[in-house]
Design a protein around this ligand. Structure first.
Ligand code: GCU
Length: 839
């Protein structure tokens, strides 16, 4: 049992920016027993900047930071007790005997702490570095147990993708600008690149694709290829190989190496053009990982232009890479984004299997097909992509998204591994045999030599990397899972919390509670029953806008009308998508009675009054889930407040700010979605919550001076469809009301809109007494990094809350708003919340 004084020490920690993430190596509290460690480190036969060299330095730094002990580093064997790190073969030659390790696979390691010396031996140098990080992770968590085990990765490809543009912006990035590029060029200073490499190596990641899949051929210019050399030099000491995304049409763009008239993958000129480019890259980056290609997708060029197959396209690059040992990751995200919703059988979900039909086995053996987890696009819940079962003679990798594009953009806490697990642990029952997705991508199920995973991460220059401290658990967990998909997401989270914040059990329990309830909560308040994340798919992908799903060619349809909702993807009457699965799975989804509730609207088109297995109707489930999800999110800030003093003030406050924002924005989501479907279906909420807000005062019903009503679009993103804006962009407005609520103490929430392009100021008084003030500047200051909006809508709608305000009936509430730039100090409503009420 740990003493009280042990935990009190946690209150004293200095402010932290988050830049070291889970590699802080915080000093262990003195009350914790410390192990007897060897006095020296032996890093076997290292050359400067090799992974084993890095391992030695990392062990030295980590042990000094955790225990205040300074260990020396030698590069030759020693007879005294030491921490020995190196490859198995270097160990054998240095010590004159082979270590007693089981057979290790590529990148695997052996960790033995049972003797006076500690052995950290890798199958290769990279493996040795991974072992060193594993040992340090144990020490940093106060785990000094005697262990001797081998650890091997689940798959050879454990990559991350960055969607960084050469101008320094990042597509779907919410943590600042690129650490790799600025102004069209690779950066000169690579400190942040090295720090990222360190983070990635510590979780077993061995490859990084540094630029956007929507690629730009100027990355191939001689200056930028030299720049790639700099990036590779920064990644190499950590065993991370660099790859790049390619623009399929590069040969015709005239930016580098001449201008061809076509990019036909079977054209001899095109083939030698790419061979030349590839050879040039390998001269600068001899350990270059390979290419990632997005072709014939969302306007990107590809082989289909020349009536060639996707396999022809992929093999073009694979053949160029092959002599150098490189890999070609070819994305399965190929679809037509102009399909016609009036065609009942049209279905974007069908695209991947259709486009790859007939191509299984036609890809070169260094090609890996990189498949998003679901058939559409990183939604809150999707069924497993059937392509995983379709490709048996082709290597595959799963594509995940750490960056929370459709899932709150790091402004909402959503711990993603439980979502990923719904796909990775899914059994596709190919040929009636167990066929877990995780066994398919790791090559085990179909005996493939290559395979693995890639996660779109999109870290940026922000000190927190992703924009939010808590979101980093997703990156950490991705690496841990890519190494071993069978790991438990909750156990990973606990390790991450111990390393990132504190071993204090209250901290671990709170962050576990928050994180493990976060994905279910987000699903509840964003999109239920497999209908997808009901966000604005045409604009920011952030806030609610259910109408944007339908009536366009993107194919993320809900087919909602006044009576019915959902996509009929059955073979018998719908798009036939369920028929792309192996028979047992097809039969389950084909039949509504065996389709799980959480995917019913993905596979079936039903009445709002259809009764689910749960006994609820679809529409009542929508209402209940949205209220439940938002209610859970309301507890996030208060749960976090229990950690005050147990976490440094900087990370405590920044996280509290985000969780408070999430609580407010979850109400925006809840109200928008429930009101949208209430309006569409005309069916009342059996609990009479939807459209009934007894504790609100609508801004438009207040006495307005210098303010005027404004009809918001989409309507459901304003309470009662209407907000108020100042009558001019330069003059202050005032909204006032006499309070009729019973005397008492309330939390007062004010819903307003925070647009990009202005920093309006607000002031809230009751009876001329100051209650609070705030500025709508979260997007301009970057305090919230989500994609911004220049409109009053579900992205800009937000809430500020003032706690414990005592009022009497008859008091006068007054809000003044001072507009700024294009932002007319927009207000939606004020809500007086008695204790325990969520509205
Ligand atoms: C999504 C995302 C795009 C991205 C695309 C892809 O559609 O919104 O930004 O380019 O996926 O994965 O290629």
């Amino acid at each position: 049992m740990l003493s009280l004084s042990f935990f009190l020490t946690f209150g004293l920690v200095a402010a932290e920016t988050g830049i070291n993430a889970w590699l802080r190596y915080a000093p262990l509290p003195s009350a914790m027993s410390h192990p007897t460690l060897p006095a020296s480190i032996v890093a076997l036969n290292t050359s400067a900047n090799s992974p084993v060299d890095t391992a030695g330095l990392e062990l030295q730094k980590g042990i000094s930071s955790i225990f205040g002990k300074n260990l020396t580093i030698a590069s030759h064997s020693s007879t005294s007790a030491s921490i020995v790190v190196g490859t198995v073969s270097e160990y054998a030659s240095a010590y004159g005997q082979s270590p007693k390790t089981p057979q290790l696979e590529n990148d695997g390691f052996w960790l033995n702490t049972t003797g006076p010396s500690v052995q950290i031996l890798g199958q290769n140098e990279r493996g040795a570095l991974y072992g060193a990080f594993e040992y340090l992770s144990m020490l940093a968590q106060g785990n000094f147990s005697k262990v001797a085990y081998a650890s091997n990765p689940a798959a050879p490809v454990r990559w991350v993708n960055q969607w960084d543009n050469l101008d320094g912006s990042i597509e779907r990035g919410y943590g600042g600008n690129s650490i790799f590029f600025t102004n069209g060029l690779v950066v000169n200073t690579t400190d942040r690149v090295s720090q990222y490499a360190r983070l990635l190596a510590s979780i077993g990641i061995n490859g990084v694709v540094v630029n956007n899949v929507n690629a730009n051929s100027s990355l191939l210019s001689p200056t930028n290829v030299a720049g790639l050399g700099r990036l590779a030099d920064a990644f190499r000491p950590y065993g991370v190989q660099v790859g790049i995304s390619l623009d399929f049409a590069s040969p015709t763009e005239g930016l580098v190496y001449g201008n061809l008239s076509s990019y036909d993958p079977l054209d001899a000129g095109v083939i030698s053009w790419w061979q030349n480019v590839t050879d040039t890259i390998y001269r600068t980056v001899p350990d270059f990982a390979g290419y990632l290609v997005k072709a014939d997708s969302e306007g990107q060029p590809g082989p289909l232009t020349d009536n060639r197959t996707l396999a022809d396209g992929a093999n073009l690059f694979a053949n160029a890479l092959k002599p150098h040992g490189g890999i070609l990751m070819f994305r399965a995200f190929v679809y037509n984004d102009m399909i016609n919703e009036t065609d009942w059988k049209a279905d974007r979900a069908n695209a991947a299997v259709q486009f790859f039909s007939g191509l299984d086995g036609k890809f070169a053996d260094n090609v890996i097909i990189q498949i998003k987890y679901g058939p559409i696009d990183f939604q809150i819940r999707e069924p497993t992509s059937p392509l995983f079962a379709y490709l048996q003679n082709t290597s595959t990798a799963i594509e995940l998204e750490v960056t929370q594009e459709y899932l709150g953009q790091q402004c909402h806490l959503v711990y993603l591994p439980p979502l990923w697990k719904t796909v990775l642990d899914f059994d596709l029952r190919k040929n009636h045999q167990p066929s877990l997705v995780r066994d398919i991508i790791t090559g085990k199920r179909f005996n493939r030599p290559l395979g693995g995973s890639a996660a779109v991460v999109n870290v940026g220059l922000n000190d927190t990397w992703l924009g939010s401290h808590l979101s980093m658990s997703n990156l950490y967990a991705y690496g841990r899972l890519a190494w071993n998909w069978a790991e438990d997401p909750e156990a990973i989270l606990e390790d991450w919390t111990r390393l990132t914040f504190s071993p204090d059990p209250t901290v671990i329990q709170t962050i576990t509670n928050l994180s493990m309830s976060s994905w279910p909560a987000y699903e509840n308040y964003s999109g239920n029953l497999g209908i997808q994340t009901l966000t604005d798919i045409l604009y920011t992908h952030f806030g609610p806008n259910p109408a944007s799903q339908d009536g366009n060619g993107w194919g993320q349809w809900t087919r909602a009308d006044g009576k019915t909702i959902g996509m009929d993807r059955t073979v018998s009457n719908g798009t036939g998508f369920s028929g792309q699965y192996p028979q047992e799975i097809m039969e389950m989804y084909e039949n509504i009675t065996t389709t799980p509730d959480n995917l019913v609207l993905w596979f079936h088109h039903v009445n709002y009054t259809h009764q689910l297995h749960s006994g609820e109707t679809v529409i009542q489930h929508f209402y209940n889930a949205h209220y439940a999800g938002a209610e859970t999110a309301q507890t996030f800030p208060t749960q976090w407040e229990g950690l005050q003093g147990k976490i440094d003030a900087e990370r405590y406050n920044e996280t509290l700010f985000r969780l408070t924002y999430q609580a407010g924005h979850s109400i925006v989501w809840r109200d928008a979605i429930t009101r949208f479907y209430h309006n569409l279906s005309g069916i009342a909420d059996s609990q009479s919550r939807v459209t009934h807000h007894p504790w609100r005062i609508e801004a438009e019903s207040m006495k307005l001076e210098g303010y005027m009503p404004y009809t918001v679009s989409p309507f459901e993103t304003a309470s009662n469809n209407t907000a108020i804006v100042t009558s001019s962009n330069s003059t202050m407005g005032t909204a006032s009301a006499v309070l009729t609520f019973p005397n008492g103490t309330y939390d007062v929430g004010v819903n307003f809109y925070d647009l990009l392009g202005g920093q309006s100021k607000f002031n809230l008084n009751i009876n001329n007494d100051f209650v609070g003030q705030w500025t709508a500047d979260n997007v301009e200051t970057g305090r919230l990094g989500h994609a911004p909006s220049v409109y009053l809508d579900g992205h800009s709608a937000t809430r500020v809350t003032f706690r414990n305000v005592t009022i009497k009936k008859g008091d006068r509430l007054e809000i003044t708003g001072t507009p700024d730039g294009i932002e007319p100090a927009p207000l939606d409503y004020v809500v007086f919340l008695p204790k325990g009420v969520v509205d």
